[in-house]
Write a protein that binds this ligand. Structure first.
Ligand code: GLN
Length: 186
């Protein structure tokens, strides 16, 4: 059985756990270093507040082991704040977190008026519902980064090798498309 760790220090991790469990994986929460098994099959970085999650990752000593895992090829799905944590750069000039995904993101990119909305767009060839909550989008993607979804001309989902990131919250819809895509990366 595949084992998928969901970072559970802050933010929307509970729904991700339900989803991976529904897929027949063994989902487990990562709250501190001792939650990390010697090896596991996939990692999910949820939505939340990326600045808070980043601070907690360092305080809890989770940053180094997770970075090592991602660098060594652990499949990772980052959603919303999770996308920001993976990004190589943030266009405001803030320091990146893991910086393993070769994109630049803009945080809270839709402004106050359009802070949260739902739309239907194409993700890797499938029409799916996308809930956005104070979401980022990708302003720049390196040539090797595959664009999987756009909304109004803005990149909202990407894949680079074993890293998958979306600006929206797939865990807040019933649609399994994004999880199925991640599953196939494991
Ligand atoms: N606005 C948050 C941030 O910048 C992301 C929001 C979310 O994950 N829903 O970190």
């Amino acid at each position: 059985m595949k084992r998928i760790g969901v970072l559970a220090v802050q933010g929307a991790f509970a729904e991700h756990l339900e989803r991976v469990t529904a897929f027949g994986a063994q989902g487990f929460e990562i709250r501190q270093c001792r939650d990390l098994p010697d090896s596991f099959d996939g990692l999910i970085l949820p939505g939340g507040e990326s600045t808070v999650i980043k601070k907690l990752l360092h305080e809890l000593g989770l940053f180094d082991p997770l970075l090592r895992g991602i660098r060594e090829g652990l499949p990772v799905l980052g959603t919303c704040a999770g996308m920001i944590l993976l990004a190589r750069a943030i266009d405001s000039g803030e320091a990146p977190c893991f910086g393993t995904l070769d994109v630049t993101v803009r945080r809270n990119a839709y402004g106050r008026q359009l802070g949260s909305f739902r739309c239907t767009e194409t993700f890797a060839g499938h029409r799916i519902e996308m809930p956005f909550i104070r979401a980022p989008y990708v302003t720049l993607a390196a040539a090797q980064v595959q664009v999987l979804a756009e909304h109004k001309g803005r990149i909202v989902a990407v894949r680079e090798g074993h890293q998958l990131a979306c600006a929206f919250h797939p865990e807040l819809t019933e649609d399994p498309t994004v999880y199925r895509y991640f599953w196939e990366m494991l």
